[in-house]
Design a protein around this ligand. Structure first.
Ligand SMILES: *[C@@H]1O[C@H](CO)[C@@H](O)[C@H](O)[C@H]1NC(C)=O
Ligand SMILES: *[C@@H]1O[C@H](CO)[C@@H](O)[C@H](O)[C@H]1NC(C)=O
Length: 557
């Protein structure tokens, strides 16, 4: 049956390449049943891979925890109770509560228990094999994001089991008071339970539970780091780690004032009493989800240091020194990761300074740097010396300063904090290999502006934050021929790392692990290339002979 699906989709693409809408689901839906020991039966269906049309099985929206609603809101996740009638796992589960995305959903999608979102999605080509398992933790500032954005059609070209998980977000997942009643770090605890589920059940899907790779991007990368250092992560939970464009030692990864935040949200909810912690907790526990999300709008969330259950007992920088977990690490950033922040900061600054011509380069650059809260002046002085010649600093030529703006945000928000994390690991004596990349490929598609568009900016997004995901997941299909070649390289690197802990590409150079905290490292572009001093990447944009491509000459600053 499955091969019939393949045949039909091949025929379909040969005959009517553009308008063909023959969805495998419409033709036949070969239901596949898997019995999860002690849990119940799940019913999945099939789909086909992007490049060679291989059939794969998918089990989507499989619950791994009870709904964290009612009495269970702000409680550690509870494993899902067994079910007796087979569970339809043929579509993605509901997304975890998040205002930005909810505002774009039709009202019928917002009925029922909105918090019942702790599901995972399993994709596999064989139920009997012993394949490496790749568990993806999505990003989204710990506030947004969901599984269905991460389609398996590229990664399933290889013989792996892909698991894409969801976890509690924002005010429901990353706020708390450190007390037994509302500890905090629920989103992280959800991920730990999902990893336990993988250990117990993945062999039923043809997965090898002794070869689990956790990979995550942005906030998902921060959470990957959190898993590596948390004393609550069991030694066998995973065996390799990929951290893309996120760092647990970033100031923004931790929630610095969680108690004040809970009180603020209590007041925004207009509860009668918010003076005592108990009162605020009670208010947040009983608020309707939508009200809670609205009351928390504009808040920033992060991991809570000193939570009651000990998932993050000390500052991450301290925990790195103590962790005994030692797994191969693949990590890196995109060439212009900071462009996402440059966009936000530009919007912000423009709102208060409509006439950018009267703003000096020094003013905008300084406004960016105040985000670092460095009161010593070191950041300002060092960045000025590294990126801004004196003549540029004092005039208003923002176009000429653009490459320097890019490098500034790249360094401050991504490149330096990511290196800070690996440097810390390097200080440990028994560290497994660390492979460091910079993703430099500018393809046809970009995530610049995400769903909101990017036409207001006087600059392009470059190799923007999350752009490498376009090549790992079928996020913006179809890809042109050149982009597909890069996607094949990405899949090869990530999957070979999941298999043996060493990233490889066919016909590419041998990729060496770092020998010291500055390299070697590698470039991912049309070709894969080794390089030696990663600190060069701090000036990747000002040194780039093609950096004029970042300018949009037709747009006013
Ligand atoms: C099959 O995969 C395509 C590409 O990701 C997707 O658009 C489609 O919805 C999937 N169909 C099913 C039944 O999952
Ligand atoms: C910077 O410090 C100020 C004052 O201490 C604080 O209000 C602000 O939230 C901090 N900014 C960030 C991004 O942490």
């Amino acid at each position: 049956m499955a091969s019939l699906t393949v045949l039909l989709s091949i025929l379909c693409s040969l005959l009517i390449p553009v308008s063909c809408s023959l969805d495998p689901k419409d033709v036949i839906s070969p239901n596949i049943l898997v019995n999860l020991h002690g849990q119940g039966v799940v019913i999945g269906n099939t789909n086909t891979t992007a490049w060679t049309g291989q059939s794969y099985m998918q089990f989507r929206g499989v619950p791994y925890a009870e709904s964290p609603s009612g009495e269970l809101r702000y409680k550690p996740p509870v494993p899902r109770k067994p079910w007796s009638t087979p569970l339809q796992a043929t579509d993605y589960g509901r997304i975890c509560p998040q205002l930005f995305t909810y505002n774009r959903l039709s009202p019928d999608k917002l009925q029922g228990d909105l918090e019942d979102c702790l599901t995972l999605n399993i994709f596999t080509k064989s139920l009997n094999a012993k394949q490496p398992v790749m568990v993806y933790v999505h990003g989204g500032s710990l506030q947004v994001g969901f599984a269905s954005d991460h389609k398996p059609d590229y990664l399933l070209e290889e013989n792996i089991v892909l698991v894409v998980i969801q976890y509690r977000l924002g005010i429901l997942g990353f706020s708390g008071t450190k007390t037994p009643d509302m500890s905090g770090n629920f989103g992280l605890m959800d991920i730990l339970l999902a990893l336990q589920w993988v250990q117990e059940h993945i062999s039923a899907f043809g997965g090898d539970s002794s070869k689990v790779t956790v990979f995550g991007e942005s906030a998902g990368g921060e959470l990957g780091g959190a898993l590596l250092i948390s004393p609550k992560t069991p030694p066998s939970a995973f065996h390799r780690l990929i951290i893309q464009s996120g760092s647990i030692v970033d100031r923004l990864a931790t929630n610095m004032e969680p108690l004040a935040q809970v009180e603020r949200v209590c007041r925004a909810l207009k509860c009668a009493h918010c003076d005592l912690i108990d009162q605020s907790q009670q208010c947040l526990k009983s608020a309707p989800v939508m009200d809670l999300l609205k009351a928390a709008e504009g808040e920033r969330f992060g991991l809570i240091i000193g939570d009651h259950y000990g998932t993050m007992p000390e500052h991450p920088a301290k925990l790195i020194e103590k962790t005994k977990k030692n797994v191969p690490l693949l990590t890196g950033f995109t060439k212009h990761d900071g462009a996402i922040v440059l966009g936000f900061l530009y919007d912000d600054f423009k709102a208060s300074h409509p006439d950018f011509n009267s703003v000096r380069v020094a003013d905008f650059a300084t406004a960016i740097m105040t985000w670092m809260n460095d009161t010593t002046g070191l950041t300002n002085n060092a960045m000025q010396r590294l990126l801004f010649p004196a003549y540029l600093w004092h005039n208003s030529d923002h176009r000429r300063a653009l490459p320097a703006y890019f490098d500034l945000v790249n360094i401050l928000f991504f490149k330096s904090v990511m290196l800070g994390f690996t440097n810390k690991l390097f200080e440990k004596t028994e560290q497994s290999p660390i492979y460091f990349y910079t993703f430099d490929y500018a393809g046809e598609k970009t995530n610049f502006g995400f769903d909101l568009g990017n036409s207001q900016y006087p600059f392009n997004g470059g190799v923007h934050h999350t752009d490498e995901l376009i090549y790992l997941f079928a996020m913006k299909p179809p890809l042109n021929a050149k982009d597909t070649e890069v996607a094949k390289k990405m899949v090869s690197l990530w999957v070979s790392f999941a298999k043996d802990g060493v990233p490889k590409v066919p016909d590419g150079p041998q990729i060496a692990p770092m020998e010291c905290n500055r390299g070697p490292y590698f470039h991912i572009d049309k070709e894969i290339r080794m390089d030696n001093d990663i600190l060069k990447e701090f000036t990747a944009t000002i040194d780039d002979p093609n950096n004029k491509n970042l300018d949009r000459p037709s747009k006013m600053w």
